[in-house]
Ligand binder design. Structure first.
Ligand code: SF4
Length: 212
């Protein structure tokens, strides 16, 4: 009963954040949006997918990953026996950048602590799968290249961070399909690790020795 109440409180807190996002004017992206896109899925999801920013269809519908990328993400999830309703899906910034340009550093720096960080704190996912480089840069070395570190999990904060290509990048470059599908299938092992519980943080990488 307490657990259910707690779940209700978390659901209400997540919905309150969604309502704040829908009215947010904290960065210039609010002025061109049709709808803000807070995110969708389970409040107690073990797995959270974080993309970059809403695109045209997402802006029109107020939902994340509903265009071609979303359809492909759904296909990828089905490879590991999951559907959108089993996870939580959101983006780094919640409003569509005009013309689908990249989100600017100031927009990311405003939106992430205001909303994404609070969503993570409420959902407490065991695995955060980043989709694309903007999302990856929040949790991995900012200079890392996605082509080098995709599919390589990092255990920290009692959870697993898992960098993936953005589905839109894979749709633009079909050569990446087998790579993306392999990375997604590798999530099965990570999910088993989650189900066992007790994810051990990895020691931070050793400092590079100076040669000078
Ligand atoms: S992108 Fe984020 S910070 Fe900017 S207006 Fe939208 S919700 Fe607010």
């Amino acid at each position: 009963m307490t657990g259910e109440t707690n779940l209700e409180e978390r659901r209400a807190a997540l919905e309150a954040i969604a309502n704040e996002i829908r009215q947010c004017e904290q960065c210039p992206l609010y002025s061109a949006r049709t709808n803000a896109v807070p995110g969708v899925g389970r409040v107690d999801a073990d797995i959270m997918f974080i993309g970059e920013a809403p695109g045209y269809h997402e802006d029109q519908q107020g939902l994340p990953f509903v265009g071609a990328s979303g359809k492909y993400l759904g296909e990828l999830l089905s490879l590991i026996g999951l559907s959108r309703t089993d996870v939580f899906i959101t983006n780094v910034v919640k409003c569509r950048p005009p013309g689908n340009r990249d989100p600017l550093p100031a927009e990311i720096d405003t939106c992430v602590p205001a909303y994404l960080q609070r969503q993570i704190d409420i959902i407490r996912p065991k695995l955060v799968a980043t989709l694309g480089r903007f999302s990856m840069a929040l949790f991995f070395d900012k200079n890392a290249r996605i082509s080098k570190i995709h599919g390589q999990p990092r255990r920290a904060d009692g959870r697993i961070y898992y960098p993936l290509f953005h589905p839109a990048a894979v749709l633009r470059n079909p050569n990446l399909r087998p790579v993306m599908e392999q990375d997604i299938k590798r999530m099965l092992d990570l999910i088993k690790e989650i189900e066992k519980g007790g994810i051990e943080d990895e020691p931070p990488p050793p400092k590079q020795l100076s040669l000078f």
